[in-house]
Every structure is written in structure tokens, then in C-alpha cells.
Design a protein around this ligand. Structure first.
Ligand SMILES: C[S@@+](CC[C@H](N)C(=O)[O-])C[C@H]1O[C@@H](n2cnc3c(N)ncnc32)[C@H](O)[C@@H]1O
Length: 364
């Protein structure tokens, strides 16, 4: 579906009206492109969409916007910063209009000025249309934008909006992280393993919930630098955390410890539909290795952000992994992307994120 979208967009690449028409054919009611940046904001559909999302999320300072653009967010304590990611030649044509209108919208919705705005048009998917890859600080202090702090329900996260991965912070896991925090809070002296931790979304949430210790693993040194900044920003004692830089599979193969909770939140293993079978094997291998590191009664949070992999298939492969380990498990949690990531009913792959909480039963 997404490829079809790209091909269609390519045809209309020089015609903004055509692109608006095309995007509107995919948009859910209330996110029509021409209405998204109206001159008269009050009472407009975009006002309702933003209002709904703020109410649903109970948030007033951090959110992603309605979905005509891939991602955009406001964050930080002392001002609002935004990142816009465009993945197609078609959306690139809207960038000038977006960058002009965004400060006005933010002013109207949040009654604050926009401090920094970054364009992150550097995803690999742009190669499909052979469009140039670029990053640009439209406004704001470029150094400050590499050292932003995102606050999420009492946890402080460090983010680099210019050089960090994707748009600088993984907002889509917000609801799942919060559920995870509530769950580990109930486990006395819990030890947690945060695999593919990036800036420490899950592990820092667990520390805030009061767990005894978190082991963070990621192959990116820059990402672990963000975890260190996050630990300091929250005032967590250094002995409550351990950071490992390296490959998760190697780590799991040599790691002898067991944990009360393990999070496996890898990058998308399915890059195209044709490598789905290999990707399923990789997810299953990961879950089996993570399962072996779980104490009886412990919980595995297994995630997939591959839009080619349906939730049912992800569930099946987890069941298979547990069976192959001769285990027994309860499915205790099923989550998807945060509510400000609208899913188009006509485009099931927009529900790309899967998060399953699997408890290892004592008898297993
Ligand atoms: C989807 S992001 C994780 C998001 C993170 N859990 C969060 O909530 O912010 C995937 C991360 O996996 C890391 N990564 C990718 N392949 C890896 C590997 N084989 N071993 C270790 N880390 C890996 C990347 O550097 C990236 O930080």
C-alpha cells in the first residue's frame, strides 16, 4: 500500500493540488490536507483533531500530529520544538507551507511560540523516489536542538532532534512504556533488561517506577550517551543502571543473568514483504533468547514496528517461540501505537506497531 502511494505520488509530483487530492483519498475524516493549515483555525477540522488527541492522551506538551506528515512533535520544558519528517517527493512540496503555518498553529493551540524547528528528510525510504536526503534546522539554536529534554509522565528523556535516530525520540511507544512502568512497579526489587534501548524509553520508565536495576543494551554509542544523560536528568543513582554497547544477539548469547522483565524493541526486521519469512525467524530467535533470560513469573515485552508483519502473525510467532522453549505463558498485555498515531481503516499497515506482554508461568 505504501509503495502504491509512492508510485501514485510520483505521477503527481509537480502538482500540489493533485497531491492534496491524493493524500485526502487516504486521510481519515478531519485530516484533510487543504484544511490542515487553514488561515482561520478556530472551529476548523484540524482544531478538532488536535483537541481530540490532546484529550485522548491527556497531554498538553508532547504529541504527534495528524497524519499527513510522517512525524512531527512538540517537546521540551522551556519552549516547544518540532520535527517534521517528509518521506516523499510529494510531501516535500508541502514543506514550505508546513514550515510557515506550524508556528502559527502552535501559537494558537498551545499559546506558546515555537522555539526550534527541524526538518528530518533523511529516511532511507526517500531513495525509492530518488529524492535528496537532507536535514535542516529551520529555526532555533542548532546546538540546543541536539540536547533537548522530552518529559513523559514524570520521566525525563534526552533527545537529539538533529542527529538522533529517526525524528529524535520514539513517541509511538508512549502508552506501552507507561503500562510497562505500572507493571514493573508491582515487582519487588525488579531487575529489568532493556534490549535495543536507544535513548532508554523503557528502562528509564522502569527506574522511575522503582525497579532495583536496569541493564541497557544498544549497538549505538550515541544512543547510550542519551541514556546516560537521561539517568542524570532523572537523578537515578548510577549503580541502578548498567550500559552495554554491542549487538543484542551476542549479548543474549553470552549473558548468564536472569531478569524479572525483558523488553525487546528492535528496529523493523521486515524491510520488504519478500523478506517476511526471514524476519519472522529473527523475531522468533530474539524472543527465544530473551525468554531464556526471564525468571519464572517474569514478563517479556516483545515489540515489532514492521508494518509488513500483522499482529496475528506476531502473536503466532511468539506462541511458537514459547512452545519451542517448552514453556507456558500468559498473554497479559496487547498494545499498539499511541493514540495520536491515527490508523487509517483503509490502510491496515498504518497500525504498524505491536507490543505484547508475555508472562512466563511458574510451572514452565
Ligand atoms: C526501534 S529503536 C528502539 C527504541 C527504544 N526502545 C525506545 O523506546 O526509545 C531500535 C534500536 O536498536 C538499535 N539496534 C539495531 N540493531 C541492533 C543490534 N543488532 N544490537 C543492538 N542494538 C541494535 C538501534 O541503534 C536503535 O537504537
Amino acid at each position: 500500500m505504501r509503495i502504491m502511494f509512492l508510485k501514485k505520488a510520483q505521477k503527481a509530483v509537480y502538482d500540489v493540488a493533485e497531491i492534496e487530492k491524493l493524500l485526502n483519498s487516504y486521510a481519515s475524516p478531519g485530516t484533510r490536507v487543504e484544511e490542515n493549515f487553514p488561515d482561520d483555525f478556530e472551529g476548523s477540522p484540524v482544531e478538532h483533531v488536535l483537541g481530540d488527541q490532546m484529550m485522548l492522551n491527556g497531554l498538553d506538551h508532547i504529541m504527534e500530529a495528524p497524519a499527513i506528515i510522517r512525524k512531527i512533535f512538540w517537546a521540551s520544558e522551556n519552549g516547544y520544538d518540532a520535527v517534521i519528517q517528509s518521506n516523499t517527493a510529494g510531501m516535500d512540496l508541502m514543506l514550505t507551507r508546513l514550515t510557515e503555518r506550524l508556528p502559527v498553529l502552535i501559537e494558537r493551540v498551545f499559546q506558546v511560540s515555537l522555539r526550534g524547528l527541524v526538518l528530518r528528510c533523511d529516511s532511507a525510504v526517500r531513495r525509492l523516489e530518488a529524492v535528496e536526503s537532507f536535514r535542516k534546522v529551520v529555526c532555533g539554536d542548532p546546538t540546543a536542538l541536539t540536547r533537548v529534554e522530552v518529559q513523559e509522565e514524570g520521566v525525563r528523556y534526552a533527545a537529539d532532534l538533529v542527529g538522533g535516530q529517526k525524528t529524535g525520540f520514539f513517541l509511538d511507544q508512549r502508552a506501552n512504556r507507561i503500562q510497562f512502568g505500572a507493571l514493573v512497579r508491582e515487582i519487588p526489587y525488579a531487575r529489568v533488561l532493556d534490549l535495543f534501548c536507544c535513548s532508554g524509553g523503557w528502562g528509564l520508565r522502569a527506574l522511575k517506577a522503582g525497579v532495583a536495576h536496569v541493564t541497557f543494551v544498544d549497538k549505538s554509542r550515541d544512543a547510550l550517551g542519551l541514556v546516560e544523560r537521561g539517568l542524570a536528568a532523572n537523578g537515578f543513582a548510577p549503580e541502578r543502571a548498567e550500559l552495554h554497547c554491542g549487538d543484542v544477539f551476542d549479548f543474549l548469547a553470552r549473558e548468564p543473568d536472569s531478569y524479572d522483565a525483558v523488553v525487546a524493541d528492535p528496529p523493523a526486521f521486515v524491510k520488504s514483504r519478500k523478506n517476511l519469512p526471514q524476519a519472522i525467524k529473527a523475531y522468533q530467535k530474539l524472543s527465544r533468547m530473551a525468554w531464556r533470560r526471564l525468571k519464572p513469573g517474569g514478563v517479556l515485552f516483545a515489540c515489532s514496528c514492521s508494518h509488513h508483519l500483522a499482529e496475528g502473525d506476531f502473536l503466532n510467532l511468539q506462541a511458537d517461540a514459547v512452545a519451542k522453549e517448552h514453556g507456558l505463558a500468559h498473554l497479559i498485555y496487547r498494545g499498539g501505537p499511541a493514540q495520536d498515531h491515527p490508523v487509517l481503516l483503509s490502510m491496515p499497515e498504518t497500525s504498524y506497531l505491536k507490543c505484547l506482554g508475555i508472562r512466563k508461568l511458574e510451572a514452565a
